[in-house]
Ligand binder design. Structure first.
Ligand SMILES: NC(=O)C1=CN([C@@H]2O[C@H](COP(=O)(O)OP(=O)(O)OC[C@H]3O[C@@H](n4cnc5c(N)ncnc54)[C@H](O)[C@@H]3O)[C@@H](O)[C@H]2O)C=CC1
Ligand SMILES: O=C(O)C(=O)COP(=O)(O)O
Length: 317
């Protein structure tokens, strides 16, 4: 008998389907401390409740299915030690994030700041104001992280006839990338590029990867995009690069500290576009979660194992 604790509120999760599999459902509203040790499966991660379940004496917890792709916020060493299975939602964000990155690039490339400034003033712009407009096929893209999201972004960019370079751990080839490099060869990957996108998971190898050495190696690069994790970027080094004209623009969805404090100097930089960790938002997210969770749950009830999206706790993604 599996006892499932469902943490996110989402009306699209079809709980009756789980009950038909013989699974008993708990929610933060119905669970009592006496139930903590009984929970075998957790959908989502919510503090402080999740930590209480994990720490419960004689806890029966066997599997955590996150509703995020990134799992950097989980106590990975403890979960590995306790042999708890972890699956993530990698895949469901590929379309909304790719579309958001295209929006960021088009915002700057089609000089939307100027368009909006004129619109706000009810003013018809002069064509001479748009001398710096670029099309996406005039830009070379280097995407750090060629997984679900990076690969989908590259696939869409190919429709715009853009040149695509990918960076992953080993440099293995991936469809829709003209060339791929290993992380250690990053200098070659960004030497002649225009747009740099971070969509890597946050791990020991990616923490503060985009640091002073990285940004100072650039030469008036057109755009830096971060939709991966804020802690992969050393914010002070990014700000310095924007001031030193190593970088022309930045579009940032994730930050070292979230919410981004109102005192952050990033807010004041006119060449920086800030979005509030929103790039993955879309309607029907619950249905997208269901498409991963339900087959996994069916398999787990039958065999004690899952069939997709298992995270490698040693790699951290
Ligand atoms: N802004 C947002 O709302 C969201 C952000 N994310 C972030 O994006 C990340 C990636 O998501 P997916 O594409 O679904 O994951 P994925 O697991 O499909 O792909 C990860 C990619 O990163 C590469 N990678 C890992 N470590 C690396 C390293 N040290 N150097 C170079 N490449 C490395 C892998 O080779 C792989 O290509 C998540 O881990 C999460 O942190 C994900 C969803 C939403
Ligand atoms: O899936 C991820 O990793 C995300 O960053 C998505 O955002 P969330 O943390 O689920 O609000």
């Amino acid at each position: 008998m599996e006892n499932l604790l469902i943490l996110p509120h989402n009306s699209e999760l079809d709980v009756t389907t789980y009950e038909k599999l013989g699974v008993k459902i708990f929610t933060p509203e119905t669970i009592t401390p006496n139930d903590y040790a009984k929970i075998t499966i957790m959908l989502g991660w919510q503090l402080p409740l999740s930590e209480k379940i994990l720490a419960a004496p004689h806890s029966d917890l066997k599997w955590i299915q996150t509703v995020s792709a990134g799992i950097d916020y989980l106590p990975l060493t403890e979960l590995k030690g306790k042999k708890i299975l972890v699956t993530n939602m990698s895949g469901v964000h590929a379309t909304p994030i790719s579309e958001t990155v295209l929006l960021y690039a088009l915002y700057f490339a089609r000089d939307f700041p100027t368009v909006l400034a004129n619109d706000n003033k009810h003013q018809w712009a002069q064509h001479s104001e748009f001398a710096n407009i670029k099309t996406l096929n005039q830009l070379t893209w280097t995407i750090f992280g060629t997984g679900h999201i990076g690969a989908e972004l590259a696939r869409l960019l190919k429709a715009f006839h853009a040149k695509t370079i990918g960076v992953n751990r080993t440099g293995h080839t991936v469809p829709s990338f003209d060339k791929t490099y290993a992380q250690s060869d990053w200098q070659q990957a960004v030497a002649h590029t225009d747009v740099i996108v971070n969509i890597m998971p946050l791990t020991n190898e990616t923490t503060h990867f985009f640091n002073d050495q990285f940004f100072q190696s650039l030469n008036n690069t057109y755009l830096f995009v971060n939709v991966g994790r804020g802690k992969s970027v050393q914010t002070s080094a990014l700000i310095q690069a924007l001031k030193d004209h190593k970088l022309q623009h930045a579009a940032l969805d994730v930050f070292e500290e979230e919410p981004l404090p109102s005192t952050s100097p990033l807010w004041k930089l006119s060449n920086v576009l800030i979005t509030p960790h929103y790039s993955a938002e879309m309607a029907d997210l619950g249905n997208a979660w269901q498409a991963i969770f339900l087959p996994n749950l069916k398999a787990f009830v039958k065999t004690g194992n899952v069939i997709e999206n298992q995270v490698n706790l040693s790699n951290g993604y």
